[in-house]
Design a protein around this ligand. Structure first.
Ligand SMILES: *Cc1c(COP(=O)(O)O)cnc(C)c1O
Length: 225
């Protein structure tokens, strides 16, 4: 039990923001979308705050950070999503820790996950606008990757995408395209939307909204930096 008053106040604020955003998602999606708190750059206290708010899933963007925090938190009730760009050599250390691999964007990565985490649940990440700074396959490659995932024995649950910062139209187009592809391929999960573009993502049928800053504050202010 942590008695640091500053930490207590922060945890309480996080709890209130989690409630507010869950209400917002509930209202906007009719209960279809759930909140995935993104705890990257924050320490185990962020995961603890999520847990105290009654949620059991968190998202992390960096493999090493996930491994370390998973160990620090040491809570078998928590589920961890890998949402960041992933190198093949990081799959093995993450196997057994990750409940949903959201950033599968190439055949070799699907194969590597199947090798170390047979039958794992994955999403295919789609880079609709072809932005080089983001991971993700092009829309035309999605179907092939879904098939490849199935052939490798993975459970392909849906698609994931990242909006385009500062480009509203591009973001809308991304989410619309991802939703259409998911419809065509009969995939239920659509991981779309972050702090700044969650409204647009919800309007396009997001089922999983990945929120960091709106819950925990600016990452530059985190205890981890
Ligand atoms: C960091 C990150 C988020 C959360 O972004 P915020 O703007 O802090 O809400 C969501 N998805 C991915 C893939 C991320 O890397």
């Amino acid at each position: 039990m942590n008695t640091d008053p500053e930490l207590k106040a922060w945890s309480k604020a996080v709890d209130e923001r989690i409630r507010a955003i869950r209400d917002e998602l509930e209202l906007a999606s009719g209960g279809r979308a759930r909140l995935l708190p993104v705890t990257k750059a924050f320490g185990p206290e962020a995961v603890q705050a999520v847990r105290e708010a009654g949620l059991t899933e968190v998202g992390e963007s960096y493999a090493q950070e996930l491994v370390v925090k998973h160990r620090e938190v040491d809570d078998s009730e928590m589920s961890w999503h890998m949402i960041g760009r992933l190198q093949r050599n990081k799959v093995r250390p993450l196997a057994g820790l990750v409940s949903l691999w959201q950033s599968v964007d190439r055949p070799e990565l699907a194969d590597e996950i199947a090798r170390w985490a047979p039958g794992a649940r994955v999403l295919i990440q789609v880079n609709v606008l072809g932005r080089p700074e983001q991971g993700g396959c092009r829309p035309g490659e999605v179907e092939r990757l879904v098939v490849r995932g199935h052939e490798a024995g993975l459970e392909v649950a849906g698609l994931m995408g990242i909006g385009a910062e500062g480009d509203r139209d591009g973001t809308e187009r991304s989410f619309a395209t991802i939703a259409r592809l998911a419809d065509q391929l009969g995939l239920a999960e659509r991981s779309m939307g972050m702090t700044d573009d969650r409204k647009s993502a919800l309007a396009h049928g997001s089922t999983l909204v990945r929120v960091g800053r709106a819950l925990f504050g600016d990452r530059s202010s985190s205890r981890r930096g």
